[in-house]
Design a protein around this ligand. Structure first.
Ligand code: URP
Ligand code: ZN
Ligand code: ZN
Length: 457
């Protein structure tokens, strides 16, 4: 079996950093320690930070939505992922109304199989809660799908509070967990309708019709439902200070709530929606970008370990697709890319700005998602026995984010021109070098990851 010895790097985990070598045999890490010796290909990684492969637990690849399909399928999306040091994505298999969960899961397997260059797992997004869907849940667990997403908004996806309560109550039996997109659909719907009626059709009205209290109210309601079900839950893509306060209050009151945010909610704000159509439509995602005070509150919560994961909600559309909403912002497909830039942004604007420690970066991007989504320590750890998913990160050097060098397919980057420090130099996926110095060097070798239960305390 092929052996590789990574020599002299600084290993990062959620508990600290240490100088150690890593010995890989086949797909696994077989030893971690000082001065390891072995008959192996030796790679000098001194001066480099060595992270367990990053996990992006919130991507939408090859998603049909708003009468179109995301620019990134599993081919483009997974290559962008590797360039961002992401060795595993947890994508949202999505049930269309009328479908069974088995249909949706098979559909997502077909999209990903033989196309993904990184490993992949699936959450199941449920849009149609029915008796036969309830009966399918055990089959989902048997197939390694242990987390589910519900939406409180979007006509095609919205579930009632009652349906969410029933789903959570049912999932508790199996040790599953529900993540929720929290926005108040009645208020947002009404505000959007009024904006269009009044001729307020530009992207500037996107954030104005989704005010922060519509997230906070929905977070509060979702956490009340979780309390009634006495079930653990996840607030995904948390974007506001007010929503964050609801999470902290509920947690204090005994609700077992985990929370995710994304780089765009930390680093961008709603001033971008004042730009001309093409430049503002790029940033139309839901929830929308917020205010600098919201950015700050989320950084503070990350620093205090009050949030649990930083994902991306990668859901990319080309400018041409976004132009479907020229003349009516409600028709702009929602979402933006991010899987490629998350790590470098968190390193540059988190670690280097002292908003986060390296350990926290490792926790938020790798270890916590591995635990929360039932993959630890196969994923998310640099330990003997773990998959040899490894990021060799060069902490030196400066660069700028540019669509010209991105691997995704949407043709622009929301962080275009943003200065960065350091970079992903090499990525190993189950022991094989898949990315090196800006190039994906081994494609389509991603495998499905069947997941277990949440072990994040
Ligand atoms: O605008 C976004 N975030 N689109 C992706 C779907 C979702 O709501 O997560
Ligand atoms: Zn969402
Ligand atoms: Zn999403």
């Amino acid at each position: 079996m092929k052996k590789i010895l990574l020599k002299g790097g600084t290993l990062v985990s959620s508990r600290g950093t240490k100088r150690a070598d890593v010995l890989i045999s086949g797909e696994k890490i077989v030893a971690v320690g000082r001065h390891l010796q072995a008959e192996a290909q030796v790679i000098d990684v001194s001066g480099k930070l060595i992270f367990p492969g990053f996990i992006d637990a919130h991507t939408h690849f090859d998603l049909e939505v708003s009468d179109t399909v995301t620019a990134d399928d599993f081919d483009g999306g997974s290559k962008a992922a590797l360039a961002g040091g992401v060795t595993t994505v947890v994508d949202f298999a999505t049930q269309n109304k009328g479908e069974t969960l088995t249909d949706a899961l098979n559909n997502w397997h077909m999209k990903a199989f033989a196309n993904s260059s990184c490993d992949y797992a699936f959450h199941m997004a449920i849009s149609d809660w029915r008796e036969d869907v309830r009966e399918e849940l055990p089959a989902m667990f048997e197939q390694g799908v242990t987390s589910f997403k519900v939406y409180m908004i979007y006509d095609a996806m919205e579930l009632s509070d009652r349906a969410i309560l029933e789903l959570m109550t049912e999932l508790k039996k199996y040790g599953g967990i529900v993540g929720c997109h929290c926005e108040n659909s009645a208020i947002v719907g009404k505000l959007r309708e009024k904006a269009i009626k009044d001729g307020n059709v530009s992207p500037a009205y996107h954030p104005l019709t989704r005010p922060d209290y519509t997230e906070a109210e929905a977070v509060n309601r979702f956490l009340s439902i979780a309390k009634a079900a006495d079930a653990p839950c996840i607030v995904v893509h948390l974007s506001t200070k007010a929503g964050c306060e609801e999470v902290l209050r509920a947690r204090k009151n005994g609700v077992k709530v985990y929370a995710e945010t994304c780089p765009q909610y930390l680093l961008l704000d709603d001033s971008v929606y004042q730009k001309p159509f093409d430049d503002s439509a790029k940033y139309v995602c839901s929830p929308p970008l917020r205010k600098p005070e919201d950015n700050q509150a989320l950084w503070d919560a990350l620093k205090a370990n009050q949030l649990n994961t930083v994902s991306t909600d990668h859901c990319s559309f080309t400018l041409e697709q976004k132009r479907a909403g020229e003349g009516d912002f409600t028709k702009i497909p929602n979402g933006m890319p991010g899987v490629e830039t998350r790590a470098i942004l968190m390193y540059t604007y988190g670690v280097k700005k002292r908003r986060l420690s390296l350990q926290q970066m490792c926790a938020y991007l790798s270890e916590n998602p591995a635990r929360l989504y039932g993959m630890y320590p196969k994923k998310g750890a640099l330990k003997a026995g773990s998959d040899a998913d490894i990021v060799v990160f060069d902490p030196r050097g400066h660069g700028r984010i540019s669509a010209a060098t991105d691997h995704g397919k949407c043709g622009y980057d929301p962080f275009e021109g943003t200065r960065t420090v350091g970079g992903v130099e090499k990525v190993f996926l189950r022991g094989r070098l898949v990315y090196h110095d800006g190039e994906v060097v081994l494609e389509h070798s991603g495998k499905y990851v069947s997941r277990g239960k949440n072990s994040l305390v």
